[in-house]
Design a protein around this ligand. Structure first.
Ligand code: 5RP
Length: 232
């Protein structure tokens, strides 16, 4: 990642940090932008800010522990004030594609448990229509072949076609924190994300998908010397 790109992520993270108040219960996202947020948050925690966070991945949990950000779980703290997370794409009405880091299931559970979700990103994530980034779909490993065929058939019925690939890392299937697999679906433009989300939700082998609709209320997007605010 270039130094400029990292700076944009830090700028967006700082804008989100301004929304954090003492005593807040936070959902803490996953990915390189969310990690910049953890770093700026940790500085404020070291300076006396009192917050508690639910991490959306083991990776984020490890960074929080390393930097001294206090953690809890959704079992102990089932209602959160604010979740701050990155995104792979930010589309109209703050519809998102997430899951590039493979954490979409926990990210969605945590966002749904939060009163607010703020997305932080650099401007490369803004799109007019979702779908340039392959849609991550978390699936149970049981019946993988059948589930992939059902996803293909379901998408085709909505006019969507494209390669579906089981994600790999180091030549082996990528396994999520929840023990599932990820299928990356290169559908291209998704004109009706809600119809696709509903259809994917109805497939038994699909655990969750990376379409985040009606979850984010604000996005801070850094680029061209400013941080733009979208939404509330
Ligand atoms: C992880 C995610 C990330 O938020 C998304 O992939 C963006 O990551 P980055 O900030 O590194 O671009 O959804 O599952």
């Amino acid at each position: 990642m270039s130094a400029d790109m990292r700076e944009l992520k830090i700028e967006a993270a700082r804008a989100a940090l301004d929304q954090v108040e003492d005593g807040m219960r936070l959902g803490i996202g996953t990915g390189s932008t969310a990690e910049e947020f953890v770093r700026v948050l940790a500085e404020r925690v070291a300076g006396g800010l009192t917050v508690i966070g639910v991490p959306t991945s083991e990776r984020t949990a490890a960074l929080c522990l390393e930097l001294g950000v206090p953690l809890t779980t959704l079992d102990e703290t089932p209602e959160l004030d604010l979740t701050i997370d990155g995104a792979d794409e930010i589309g109209p009405q703050l519809g998102l594609i997430k899951g590039g880091g493979g954490a979409l299931l926990r990210e969605k559970i945590v966002a749904a448990a939060s009163r607010r979700m703020i997305v932080i990103a650099d401007k490369s994530k803004l799109v007019e229509t979702l779908g340039r980034f392959p849609l991550p779909i978390e699936v149970n490993s049981f019946g993988l072949g059948a589930t992939v065929r059902t996803i293909e058939r379901t998408a085709r019925a909505l006019g969507l076609e494209g390669a579906l690939k089981v994600r790999e890392r180091d030549g082996r299937p990528f396994v999520t924190d929840g023990g599932h697999l990820i299928v990356d679906a290169s559908f291209g433009r998704i004109p009706d994300p809600r119809a696709l989300a509903n259809a994917l939700n109805a497939i038994p082998g699909v655990v969750e998908h990376g379409l985040f609709l009606d979850l984010a209320d604000t996005a801070f997007v850094a680029g061209d010397g400013e941080v733009r605010t979208f939404g509330a």
